[in-house]
Design a protein around this ligand. Structure first.
Ligand SMILES: Cc1cc2nc3c(=O)[nH]c(=O)nc-3n(C[C@H](O)[C@H](O)[C@H](O)COP(=O)(O)OP(=O)(O)OC[C@H]3O[C@@H](n4cnc5c(N)ncnc54)[C@H](O)[C@@H]3O)c2cc1C
Length: 382
């Protein structure tokens, strides 16, 4: 029996009457008794996204640092330095930042050094630096750029620990265990960041497809999943949603309000005595010149030229940011497009081009995603 079915069965006797009444209601009402269920119309109403290209205020192309075998988390000696690697998280760097940071922390603590250099000030570098501080280390971050001028600022911001994390055909079987350890640690850690000005929060996530999508195993690594970690994905029947689609699912998922989250993290890092130095690492000799003996490499795609990592490759992703809409608090994904509502805007996108270094937004891509979502919204009931 999994955790949720255990709780479902362990209902106290005093709830029994309510439980009988609830059993007459449609399945989604039992799970989500909310104000959006429209009794007279007979379906669950969801606010419509207002979509037009004139509402787009910003467009970005971020480069996911992808490695087919999974993020690099090993330790190597470089002259007198110990290098602890923690880079190459693909489309799951936000989600895994604490978990792989914890693996890197264990590797650092094994050296018994207390003065540690962290290279890189993205979501992975800052989470790792915070964990090291919690273990009594004195940490300096050396970095070419700080937020907002980093890849981490160009992400969607949702819990997606398996997204483009590896190519399942290339990654070693052991990687699944490492991934699971990192995922579980991260998930626990994010629970401590809830309720703090919504830097992280829960929101509804809808999957909307004309027919059930056919899954083909491939480079996404999306077939990694831990049962029972997130609330279950529920399939909705036509009474339970307003979409013109036969396969609609809903579940709750974690969302990250990226700018506020990074600000919070950096403030904490400095509050605990951390230092940030702007410095580009161009070659291994630059690392050798640092005063710390142990160096954690969290440079994302920037690690490629310094460490000659041929496996590391960009997977570009374009996002268009629309003006926030106060009644939209959900994420939706469909064939060829998705959107997520954050405090700083509504981000639409979904593409991934392997090996593409070009960060110029494409008008064609914008029109494609806007078109898909516009049609979906027009066809919605209500
Ligand atoms: C469109 C898009 C959507 C995404 N959505 C999600 C999502 O919803 N959920 C999720 O979990 N992940 C998502 N990701 C993936 C996530 O953004 C990345 O995995 C993550 O940002 C990687 O973080 P990082 O800290 O390793 O790298 P970065 O954010 O790139 O940080 C690297 C740091 O290293 C520094 N650096 C680089 N080179 C050098 C150098 N030579 N010398 C000194 N410093 C250097 C940089 O300045 C920077 O500070 C998405 C990515 C994209 C592009």
């Amino acid at each position: 029996m999994n955790r949720r079915s255990f709780f479902a069965r362990a209902v106290p006797a005093s709830f029994a009457i309510g439980a009988v009444a609830a059993s007459c209601a449609p399945k989604s009402q039992q799970l989500y008794p909310d104000k959006h269920f429209h009794i007279s119309r007979g379906y669950h109403q969801i606010p419509k996204l207002r979509l037009s290209t004139d509402r787009i205020v910003k467009e970005t192309v971020g480069l996911r640092p992808f490695r087919a075998s999974g993020p690099r988390l090993d330790v190597e000696k470089l002259g007198n330095k110990t290098i602890v690697h923690n880079y190459g998280h693909g489309g799951s760097g936000w989600s895994l930042s604490w978990g792989t940071g914890n693996i890197a922390r264990k590797n650092v603590l094994a050296t018994n050094e207390k003065k540690i250099a962290v290279l890189g000030c993205g979501t992975v570098g800052i989470a790792t630096a915070r964990l090291l501080q919690e273990s009594g280390c004195e940490v300096t971050i050396y970095t070419k750029d700080v937020p907002p001028n980093i890849t981490s600022n160009l992400a969607t911001g949702t819990w997606s620990p398996a997204s483009r994390v590896c190519d399942v055909k290339v990654a070693k079987p052991e990687f699944r265990t490492v991934w699971e350890e990192a995922t579980r640690f991260s998930f626990r850690r994010f629970q401590f960041l809830l309720g703090m000005n919504e830097i992280a929060c829960w929101a509804e996530e809808y999957g909307v497809f004309r027919e059930m999508p056919v899954y083909t195993p491939g480079a996404g690594g999306e077939d990694f999943e831990i049962e029972g970690l997130l609330p279950e994905r529920v399939k909705l029947d036509s009474r339970e949603h307003p979409f013109k689609a036969n396969h609609v699912t809903r579940r709750s998922n974690l969302m990250f309000n990226i700018p506020a989250y990074l600000r919070h993290q950096l403030t904490d890092f400095v509050m605990f005595g951390g230092k940030v130095k702007i410095q580009e690492i161009r070659k291994p000799e630059d690392i050798d010149a640092l005063q710390e003996n142990v160096v954690v490499n969290c440079m994302g795609l920037g690690a490629k030229p310094v460490f000659n990592d041929e496996e590391l490759t960009p997977v570009s992703g374009q996002l268009s940011c629309l003006i926030p809409q106060s009644d939209i608090h959900y994420k939706l994904y469909t064939q060829g497009a998705n959107f997520i509502s954050r405090k700083d805007g509504i981000f639409i996108g979904s593409n991934g081009i392997v090996g593409n270094w070009d960060t110029t937004p494409s008008k064609e891509q914008t029109e494609k995603t806007v078109g898909i979502l516009q049609k979906l919204m027009e066809e919605m009931k209500g």
